[in-house]
Design a protein around this ligand. Structure first.
Ligand code: PCA
Length: 213
């Protein structure tokens, strides 16, 4: 019998004075309906530099997942953004939920400037689009808590683990006025597709999908 695989899926709590965060809500929705071919571990992380990174490291240590997909809100984006590049940089434009606002510090001292997601990012974006949900590959996850958790996760896992980050737009449910949205059900479906695409061992080999600018 082969060992049952473990998938770690995380979202975030609300931040910046907002009342909701669709990433945490969507992760809870995926967990509630999960019937996939792996053990699913989910968590909703605090939007704090210290707490989120510690929680990610603890979850990886405790559950030894073979797939890690962290998610967060990118308010203003129109599509599900499968992030390709994590930078070893914190430059917080607003304070985190602890009131901390580090400027120009590394996420992980002494570590390389950047790291690539090891998820099949192009295959995931294509599969989500195939389900009729807007999705793209993104080349920046910003320099706030999401990028910090993304970089931390890539540092924390062994090299054979597929790990990465997905930014989601506002959900129709709970969006501030005037923001681009997707239905929360579509956001949850997109995360589920990301897991399934990774579980079947998708490989981006040869797929175009970069950005001209
Ligand atoms: N989005 C923020 C932090 C938490 C979240 O959901 C970000 O993009 O960094």
């Amino acid at each position: 019998m082969t060992e049952r695989r473990v998938v770690l899926l995380t979202g975030f709590e609300p931040f910046g004075g907002d009342e909701s965060n669709p990433s945490g809500d969507a992760v809870e929705r995926v967990a509630a309906t999960w019937n996939g071919d792996a053990e699913l571990i989910t968590a909703v992380l605090p939007v704090t530099f210290a707490g989120s990174a510690a929680a990610m490291r603890e979850l990886v240590e405790a559950h030894r997942p073979s797939i890690v997909i962290a998610t967060g809100l990118a308010g203003g984006r129109t599509a599900i953004s499968v992030e390709r590049v994590a930078v070893n940089l914190i430059d917080a434009r607003i304070p985190d939920n602890d009131g901390a606002q580090p400027i120009d510090e590394p996420s992980v001292h002494g570590a390389p400037a950047g790291a690539f997601a090891t998820l099949p990012v192009k295959s995931i974006a294509a599969a989500i689009r195939g389900a009729g949900i807007r999705a793209e590959v993104s080349h920046t996850a910003g320099t706030f808590v999401c990028n910090h958790v993304f970089y931390t996760a890539l540092q924390a896992v062994p090299s054979d683990v597929r790990a990465g980050f997905i930014h989601v737009p506002w959900a129709i449910e709970g969006a501030p006025t005037g923001q681009p949205t997707l239905p929360l059900d579509d956001i949850a479906a997109a995360l589920r597709i990301a897991i399934d695409t990774t579980l079947v061992g998708a490989d981006d080999g040869g797929m175009p999908g970069g950005a001209i600018h």
